[in-house]
Design a protein around this ligand. Structure first.
Ligand code: NAI
Ligand code: MG
Length: 490
């Protein structure tokens, strides 16, 4: 691991900084502006418009007009799907610029950003395919009636997304919302406003009518809160911190908005002694250090069976020390900076707590360089279940190693958390694998793999990790209202 980090000059131009309302770029009426940084240097790279309450209202009115008047609400479902396919093609055409801008603004390695951009295209195509397959049922009701159901859009949906996967989270939210015929007002994270604006431009080019997608940058407490309070937004879809979700759910109660939440986790990654050790070490490494640990699914509680514990930790530490931390735009870099000073401070605070509470720091635990927000891959061993580093979501490259003895013990300890987003198990024993998968309380379980997430598979959390599911057919349910129609027959 390099002790110093160098950063290259940005290779992409920032083309859009205004609000995108009704397919037009507009200045805020009562909003403000927002500086945005390059986390690799900590320097300001631009400033974007931040929407005020009146701007939110303008966007919601545009979205409601689009919902209630043509052409969007009279468009054939197949044509709606076609627009999503067009957008996917445009995303691929502009993949280089989108990925570069994503890396510049959120610190993701360029390789990871390219992967995300492909994920965006895959997601949009997947939901483009769904648009004309969203069907109701006929129901054998008592009496001489015909009863059938229609699946109709929820309406104007407010979508609030975080900074860790700015483009991918946008696609996860636009895909099902638009396939089902909703209109969208989206607020990107204040740290990463740039790529969503490019997506707005591409959406207009793809042919989405005025008002169908609107982008409002701004702070959560102002722009986000105004969206949650707005009576003409029918649903809020949110990804972010559980405490923010609680604020949103309480505020949404006033208008009884529909809400779906994708929140964080403290996911258990369980390594049994009979696992293929080479792939388990590589898998545990990827589980925690992918995107510098800034993943809701990060495998941050690493349970290792006592028999192999020492060897496992040693091998993991060797890899951690070799990880290339540096400029996200350098293709050789394996880990970029954390997104912000706030995140850097939060991670270093948890390192301090870990040491204070008696965990053993094996490697890392420090900032890398003095510019930008880099953190060395960090391993804590001899962690106890009740230590802060084993309980709280750190959202950084910090793993807690927790030794265990047997399957019953590890299932019980894996579940001893308020979260339930993901879990993984590494073993060659099919019984242990399925037993763990059945008993662990988590929305996604991986066996002998990690972070395998696809547009086709439902994704979401048990317990404090969320409500509802994104991706797959499951997401469609959360973007439609179910209507029963009953007809008296002759
Ligand atoms: P956050 O939950 O505050 O931000 C996520 C989004 O919510 C942003 O767009 C933000 O502007 C918006 N927001 C914030 N307050 C709001 C409010 N009162 N009303 C409406 N919208 C609001 O998360 P933050 O502060 O960026 O990160 C803090 C921690 O949250 C991280 O350290 C991590 O633990 C967790 N997190 C989890 C994510 C996940 O993927 N589940 C993603 C990002 C953060
Ligand atoms: Mg916050």
């Amino acid at each position: 691991m390099a002790g110093k980090v160098a950063t290259a000059a940005p290779k992409v131009k920032i083309r859009h900084t205004r609000l995108f309302i009704d397919n037009e770029w507009v200045d805020p009426v009562d909003g403000d502006s927002l500086e945005t940084l390059n986390p690799a240097t900590g320097e300001v790279i631009g400033s974007v418009a931040a929407a005020g309450v009146k701007d939110v209202d303008r966007a919601v009115k545009a979205a409601r007009r689009a919902l209630e008047q043509g052409p969007w609400n009279t468009m054939d479902a197949a044509d709606r799907g076609r627009l999503l396919l067009n957008l996917a093609d445009l995303v691929e055409k502009h993949a280089h610029d989108l990925a570069t801008l994503e890396s510049l603004n959120c610190g993701k390695t360029i390789g990871d950003s390219k992967g995300d951009v492909q994920g965006v295209a895959n997601t949009l195509r997947y939901y483009g395919g769904w648009a004309d397959k969203i069907e109701g049922r006929t129901i054998p009701v008592r009496g001489n009636f015909l009863s059938y159901t229609l699946r109709q859009p929820v309406g104007v949906v407010g979508q609030i997304i975080p900074w860790n996967f700015p483009l991918l989270m946008l696609a996860w939210k636009w895909g099902p919302a638009l396939a089902c015929g909703n209109t969208v007002v989206m607020k990107p994270a204040e740290q990463t406003p740039l790529t969503a604006l490019v997506m707005a431009e591409l959406a207009a080019e793809a042919g989405f009518p005025r008002g169908v997608v609107n982008i409002l940058n701004g702070m959560g407490e102002t722009t986000g809160a105004a969206m949650v309070a707005h009576p003409e937004i029918d649903k809020i879809a949110f990804t972010g911190h559980v405490d923010t979700a609680k604020i949103i759910q309480k505020a949404a109660a006033d208008t009884l908005k529909r809400t779906t939440f994708e929140l964080g986790g403290k996911s258990p990654n369980v390594i049994f002694a009979d696992a293929d050790l080479d792939s388990a070490v590589a898998g545990a490494f990827h589980a925690i250090y992918f995107h510098g640990g800034q993943c809701c699914t990060a495998g941050s509680r690493l349970f290792v069976e006592a028999k192999i514990h020492d060897e496992f930790v040693e091998r993991l530490a060797e890899k951690a020390k070799e990880r290339k931390v540096g400029d996200p735009l350098d293709p050789a870099t394996e880990q970029g900076p954390q997104v912000s000073r706030e995140q850097l401070d939060k991670i270093l605070h948890y390192v301090e707590l870990g040491e204070k509470q008696g965990a053993r720091l094996i490697t890392g635990g420090e900032r890398v360089g003095s510019k930008g927000f880099y953190v060395a891959p960090t391993i804590f061993d001899k962690v106890k279940d009740d230590m802060a580093i084993a309980r709280d979501e750190i959202f950084g490259p910090v793993v807690s190693v927790l030794p265990f003895q047997g399957v019953d013990e590890v299932v019980e300890r894996a579940n001893r958390t308020q979260y339930g987003l993901a879990a993984a198990v590494w073993t060659r024993d099919i019984d242990k694998a399925h037993l763990f998968a059945r008993q662990v309380r988590a929305g996604t379980v991986w066996v002998n793999c990690y972070h395998v997430v696809d547009a086709t598979t439902p994704f979401g959390g048990f317990k404090l990790s969320g409500q509802g599911r994104e991706n797959g057919e499951a997401a469609l349910e959360h973007y439609t209202e179910l209507k029963t129609v009953t007809v008296k027959l002759g």
